[in-house]
Write a protein that binds this ligand. Structure first.
Ligand code: G1P
Length: 353
């Protein structure tokens, strides 16, 4: 069995971060979402992985090459334009050959991995086995209609009136039967070849399409609120460790991980919190639910429920909450009752009056 990991796409809902960087590389608990995905693939005993890449191919290759936490045999597959999930399968045809494969969207974050899904598929080897989850608000996803035995009877992509609460998680197992299906469909209203339509085509041909319902946590990390939520959940299981230099005037409470090379002075850190290598924190209150990446500088500030990407600095600005701060950002104080802003395209800012 092979894996096809999708790491293309434009990430419009995560602008401005995705103007300059891949959405699959935004870190959750200081590890890119994509690395969590590759870990799940490795844990399912799959070695041969095709990673479908778009405009951010170089950055994805460099990040994966620098990470030695999983040992996979990776082939990069360029997708000229992000024309849909079924288009990614078409693009990867040569790599996939006639093997069964898991397709995993590189911006999906799962707790509990994909081993149950793969085991269910291996037991009966249906044409496709989908991972589903129950959602209170299913309209923004693919929605599956199931029969009593858990077989998929029908699928709709982002329906206005969902026929149930089982939504399609971004992980699918396919036999080579999917190749005929992705060739048979036409683009949807959003101009994409939808994998949901290819699956519906299989069902209409009488193919066996089954499902596994994921019991654990799951998020499509496509927008800021969901990313912060996934960060919160991932932080809850980080192993506490103080490898950095923490002075006696600092108080660490709960689950706190301070990487080697980080320096913390005169601060109160309330876990769960992770602090990346070579970051310096002085005179701050940090946490809970906060991930500060490598090479940051945080001074005389408070930060809670937030993600800070590498190389940023935050100095003397009071309290920051529920925020996503990109790479090499500088946050500094202005004169009283004054805001001075240099914001890139598509930024979102909330200022207290
Ligand atoms: C895609 C699928 C959808 C699925 C979702 C999960 O949506 O088309 O069926 O529920 O991933 O993340 P997209 O992220 O392309 O809008």
């Amino acid at each position: 069995m092979k894996a096809l990991v999708l790491a293309g796409g434009t990430g419009t809902r995560l602008r401005p971060l995705t103007h300059s960087s891949a959405k699959q590389l935004v870190p959750i608990a200081n590890r890119p979402v994509l690395f969590h995905v590759l870990r799940d693939v490795a844990d399912a005993d799959i070695k041969e992985v095709g990673v479908v890449v778009g405009g951010t191919a170089d950055e994805i290759r460099a990040a994966v090459a620098a990470d030695d936490s999983v040992n996979l045999d990776i082939t990069y597959i360029p997708q000229g334009e992000p024309l849909g999930l079924a288009h990614a399968v078409l693009t990867a045809r040569d790599f996939l050959g006639d093997d069964d494969f898991v397709m995993y969207l590189g911006d999906n974050y799962l707790r509990g991995g994909i081993t149950d899904l793969v085991a269910d598929f291996r037991r009966a080897r249906p044409a496709a086995q989908l991972l589903l989850a129950r959602e209170d608000d299913p309209a923004g996803f693919g929605v599956a209609e199931l029969d009593a035995a858990g077989r998929v009877r029908g699928l709709e992509e982002k329906p206005a009136a969902p026929k149930g609460d089982h939504v399609v998680v971004g992980v699918y197992v396919f036999t080579p039967a999917v190749h005929e299906a992705v060739r048979a469909i036409v683009p949807s209203w959003r101009g994409e070849l939808e994998i949901t339509h290819a699956l519906q085509w299989l069902i209409d041909q009488g193919a066996d399409v089954r499902s596994t319902t994921h019991a654990g946590y799951w998020k499509d990390t496509g927008n800021v609120a969901d990313l912060l939520d996934a960060n919160r959940v991932a932080l809850e299981s980080v192993e506490p460790l103080v490898a950095g230099d923490v002075d006696a005037a600092t108080e660490l409470v709960g689950r706190v991980r301070i990487a080697a090379g980080a320096v913390v002075r005169g601060s109160r850190i309330v876990g769960p919190v992770v602090v990346g290598a070579d970051t310096v924190i002085t005179g701050c209150r940090v946490g809970p639910y906060t991930a500060i990446a490598e090479r940051c500088h945080v001074e005389d500030s408070e930060i809670e429920s937030s993600i800070v990407l590498p190389g940023s600095s935050i100095t003397g600005v009071g309290r920051i909450e529920a925020s996503l701060i990109g790479r090499h950002v500088e946050v500094t104080p202005a004169a009283p009752a004054t805001h001075r802003l240099v914001l890139g395209d598509h930024c979102k800012v909330q200022l207290s009056p």
